[in-house]
Design a protein. Structure first.
Length: 272
């Protein structure tokens, strides 16, 4: 965790440097236009985008440190793009995109700060963004579940609303040999864990253990010990509520994990 936070510190540091350089370049480019001088060398992307993207990166860095108040301040910065002077179609497209991202991120940071009053607004935002990539939708649904679990909010109606999408994610993740040839997205494993946590604490044990076993399997595929330990801990906590068939499935999973690790340890000893 310490290493990853230091990494985010570096991201914020570099983002601030990028923003300063981009702001200077942006000011110079418009000064040259006013004075009819030869323009400075064009950048690969729109200059204003570097400024807005720097604020987005700083907000992400603050989010990683759970400093949601500062994350909000950075997000407000790349929401307010009235200072952008260009009016061409490409600029309008990117301004709209940054403001769309900012809207969603503002909801998330407020929710994670404990302001659950914006939950329904965020749900509507997610619903209107349903044509985005699966990864983005999974991340948004995961945000809803994290907030629901942290603050004890019932979200059965929201889950019903996105049931078709969630079922689609689960079906894809359990087909084709459990993604034997590709990396299982960590966000999907986290979503399933959050769904399991929610349903188990709501007393909906059948759904809860279904998602928990899925999350366990993915955590093992991902070799993510933190997820695996969390899933095992959650299963242990609700052990008494598991039916015999679920316990048997769990024991089989644990045995397979143990045998896999034992083989690896054995082969390492043999090489040594």
């Amino acid at each position: 965790m310490y290493r990853s936070l230091r990494g985010w510190d570096k991201v914020e540091e570099n983002a601030k440097k990028m923003k300063i350089k981009a702001e200077i370049q942006y000011a110079l480019s418009h000064e040259e236009k006013r004075n009819h001088r030869e323009p400075i060398k064009k950048t690969r992307n729109l200059l204003f985008g570097y400024i807005a993207y720097a604020d987005l990166l700083c907000a992400a860095s603050c989010e990683a440190r759970e400093d949601y108040e500062r994350a909000l301040q950075y997000t407000y910065a790349y929401t307010d793009l009235g200072w952008v002077k260009e009016t061409d179609a490409e600029t309008r497209h990117w301004v709209s995109l940054f403001q769309h991202w900012a809207q969603g991120n503002m909801y998330v940071y407020k929710l994670l700060s404990g302001d659950t009053s914006v939950l329904q607004e965020y749900v509507e935002y997610v619903n209107t963004s349903s044509n985005e990539s699966e990864r983005e939708l999974i991340a948004k649904l995961m945000n809803i579940m994290i907030v629901a679990n942290q603050h004890g909010i019932k979200v059965d109606d929201i889950l019903q609303r996105f049931k078709t999408k969630i079922d689609s994610f689960m079906h894809q993740s359990t087909s084709t040999g459990m993604y034997a040839q590709q990396v299982v997205p960590e966000q999907l494993a986290r979503l399933e864990y959050e769904l399991a946590y929610y349903y188990l604490n709501q007393g909906m044990y059948s759904d809860g253990f279904k998602y928990l076993m899925n999350a366990l399997t993915k955590a093992n595929i991902l070799k993510n010990e933190a997820y695996l330990i969390n899933c095992i801990g959650l299963f242990s906590h609700f052990w008494a509520q598991a039916v015999p068939e679920t316990k048997e499935e769990y024991f089989k999973f644990i045995e397979e994990v143990w045998l896999g690790n034992a083989k690896k340890i054995g082969s390492t000893r043999h090489r040594n």
